[in-house]
Design a binder for this molecule. Structure first.
Ligand SMILES: [Ca+2]
Ligand SMILES: [Ca+2]
Ligand SMILES: [Ca+2]
Length: 157
C-alpha cells in the first residue's frame, strides 16, 4: 500500500491542477472533470487523470512534482481500468523511446505488458512518446512528445 499523502500535498496538487487548467485546457470544466482530478485508487495505487493538454515532458515533470510518475501499465486489468476514465480523449503514458529509437522503456518502473494499436509503433515524423486511446480506439500509439495531450500520473511505490 502507498503511504497516505499528507494534506499539504493535496493542497499543492489542487492549486497546481486548477492552475494548469487555464487557457490550454480546450474544454470547459465540469463537475465530473473536477472529480477526475482527485486521486483514484486501483489495486492499491493512486492515480491522477489530468485534463490539461501538455507535452510529454511537461506531463512527466508535473507528475513528479506531485510525488507521482507518468503511469506504468502493468497488465490488461490496469489498462482496462484506465480506459474506463479516458472518455474520447487520448492520454500520455510513461512509455517512450526517447533515449534510443525503437527501445521502449517506462519512465517510472518497468513492465513487459504492451498494447499497441495495429500498425503501431510507426515513428511517423519521429514519435517517441506513447498515448493511449488514440482516435478513441483501444491501445497505444507512438506520438510526437512535444504535442499536448492529457496525461495520467500513478503514485510511485
Ligand atoms: Ca501501474
Ligand atoms: Ca520513436
Ligand atoms: Ca504512431
Amino acid at each position: 500500500m502507498p503511504k497516505p499523502l499528507p494534506a499539504r500535498l493535496f493542497a499543492l496538487a489542487t492549486a497546481l491542477l486548477l492552475g494548469a487548467c487555464g487557457p490550454e485546457d480546450p474544454e470547459p470544466a465540469s463537475a465530473s472533470e473536477g472529480q477526475a482530478r482527485q486521486p483514484l485508487m486501483f489495486n492499491g495505487h493512486d492515480y491522477l487523470f489530468i485534463r490539461s493538454a501538455r507535452s510529454w515532458w511537461d506531463a512527466k515533470a508535473i507528475c513528479e512534482s506531485l510525488g507521482y510518475g507518468l503511469v506504468t501499465v502493468n497488465d490488461a486489468s490496469e489498462a482496462s481500468w484506465l480506459r474506463g476514465f479516458e472518455g474520447p480523449h487520448s492520454w500520455w503514458l510513461g512509455y517512450n523511446d526517447t533515449q534510443t529509437e525503437g527501445v521502449w522503456r517506462w519512465s517510472h518502473g518497468s513492465s513487459s505488458y504492451v498494447q499497441w494499436q495495429s500498425g503501431e509503433p510507426n515513428n511517423v515524423g519521429n514519435e517517441d512518446c506513447v498515448h493511449d486511446n488514440w482516435s478513441g480506439r483501444s491501445g497505444w500509439n507512438d506520438y510526437p512528445c512535444d504535442l499536448g495531450q492529457y496525461f495520467i500520473c500513478e503514485a510511485l511505490p
